[in-house]
Ligand binder design. Sequence first.
Ligand SMILES: Nc1ncnc2c1ncn2[C@@H]1O[C@H](COP(=O)(O)OP(=O)(O)O)[C@@H](O)[C@H]1O
Ligand SMILES: Nc1ccn([C@@H]2O[C@H](COP(=O)(O)O)[C@@H](O)[C@H]2O)c(=O)n1
Length: 469
Amino acid sequence: MKDNKLANHVIAAEGRLPWYRSDGQNCDCYIVGIAGGSASGKTSVAQRIIKNLNVPWVVLLSMDSFYKDLTPEEVEIAHRNDWDFDSPNSYDYDLLLETITKLKQGRTVDVPIYDFETHKRVPNKHNTVYGANVIIFEGIFGLYDKKVLEMMDLKVFVDTDTDICLARRIKRDVAERGFDVAGVLKLYQRFVKPSYDNYVYPTKRNADVVIPRGLENLVAIDLLTKHIQRQLQERKMQSRWDMARMSAPEELPSNVIVLEKTKQLMGMHTIIRDINTSRHDFIFYADRLATLVIERALDELPYEARTVQTPTSQTVHGLGQKVNVGGVSILRAGGTMEIGLRRVIRDAVIGKILIQTDPSNGEPQLHYCKLPPSLREDNTYIFLMDAVIGTGAAGLMAIRVLLDHDVPEDRIIFLSFLAGPHGLHTIARAFPRVKIVTSYIDSVLNAHTLFLEPGLGNFGDRYFGTENE
Ligand SMILES: Nc1ncnc2c1ncn2[C@@H]1O[C@H](COP(=O)(O)OP(=O)(O)O)[C@@H](O)[C@H]1O
Ligand SMILES: Nc1ccn([C@@H]2O[C@H](COP(=O)(O)O)[C@@H](O)[C@H]2O)c(=O)n1
């Protein structure tokens, strides 16, 4: 990766609109491949397109990240400038293909960080990339491999005079990559120029667009930017209103579990629905209710036989939970379940997904996502928490985020205080293997406010005391 190092969690200045259809399946992201000689201006062109696009969720992926790791003996050869880095064989194509395939499908990937001075990947470090709507992939062999080419939506070749490339490369490699001038010239004559003539330049015929002179060619870059913008516009989704308009049969989907309407549950619901309930009481009863929902969800986990000895030396054949449980709150309202979760599972690791509604169109937007690695381990079930499932739009987005991070569908249990048939059917249609546990069903979804009725107001505001902000 050049210049676009993302941290282990993703933070966006602007939220990401839905990148999947209402059936929950991802739409492929748009991939632009840029090839050309070394120092022809591939990265500079890519960066200019990104700047011109001026949209969030664009990722620059450099083929340099996929150079094979050299053995100590090979590193010695490379330090004498006798190693050929300009052969197609010097790249780890398996990892490259796996990475582009996953990114195209909208999934998360760990991209190696390559060090040109040591000729190796930086150990135990990578850039986590998630949530690309557009990927710009650049490299000298960017348009070379057939399988990589098949994944590109737009193929670009930067055609810059080789003398200019050499001059730039000398300047760059001495300043940034730890070479001396003699070393750059030796590599250039022996490997870089022959490889350009034999392999790289012929890939120009695979390009849809050729940019003569690279970065200087502002007209070509402008046309490319406009083309990509048009493609993004066509892919824009409108999910929340579509969902609200979808039919919702009265019978709840089979993967939904609603708490039994006991007198104590009805009593708690009466208190938290009451507009006159103080914040203090609201929090107290919300926490109690969360505990009940979580206790019920625990019953959906796999258990195994366990035998123990009692203090009276008796043997008891009991049960033990077979799996770990982690929580993920859909912020902000899902954070109201965290106290309940911790009361039941003291050491639960909790991840966060911040989804906010765009006030201009009511669409959900993903703003932040932090999923600690332990939540993605094989033996872990996720309790995904939100206060209310209304249209299902936020829940659908959050489940999609978990799936993109390789959490299997049948290990997600979605918990809420309140839910409506619309949202439950939307989620069940898209993700039938996700179980949903809720404490109560409100059947009416107000077509104007998209709030459930009779409802309980804005749960997050009442819990966190922000009603008047
Ligand atoms: N049009 C240009 N004029 C001057 N310098 C340029 C131009 N385009 C690129 N450079 C410089 O040349 C070097 C190589 O450019 P870069 O975009 O990294 O090429 P590539 O990715 O093809 O190797 C960089 O130092 C860059 O700043
Ligand atoms: N350890 C390495 C690996 C590669 N190179 C040279 O980098 C060039 C490709 O990178 P660009 O950014 O210029 O596209 C390629 O020509 C290799 O010779 C290197 O010097 N050392």
